[in-house]
Design a protein around this ligand. Sequence first.
Ligand SMILES: [Zn+2]
Length: 176
Amino acid sequence: MRSRYAIFAAALLTPALCLSSFAQSRFTVGTASAAPGQKATGYLEVPAGVDAATSIPVVVVNGAKPGKILALVSGAHGTEYTSIIAIEKLISALDPEQVTGTVILVPLVNIPSFEQKVPHVNPIDNKSMNRFYPGKSDGTQTERASFLITRGIVGRCDYLIDYHGGDLEDSLRPYA
Ligand SMILES: [Zn+2]
């Protein structure tokens, strides 16, 4: 009786499993949700807490073929422009039909630094946005953003590259 029930249950479950594996091939980060072969833009919405809310732009390039998940993150320091520009160019250049696996692109983590031209820190809470991982859901804006990035990106990708570059006060001409 028990084994007959098990077979019946398995027969019922099979189509459900197929459906769920199909649904899993859609990839979502924050409000960006892409089906296989698609590119989607959205935001990691950092809610207001002890200080203001912020919205961090995120792009998901879900390749036509399944594979590893790569995350490319820049602008934790919002005045290190070279890597921010590089990721923005890559967003337009990547064709999801040609991609195997999934690429998550975050071109600018530290929006207040970029907007207010403040190097090194997030001017909202005066914290460096690459020094507070894994973050805290009830912390300041930098900690809340780090918490969301940890849960939504760091914890889900196979590889992550965190880009930095010369900052506002650096003299880079000798290296160019
Ligand atoms: Zn940096």
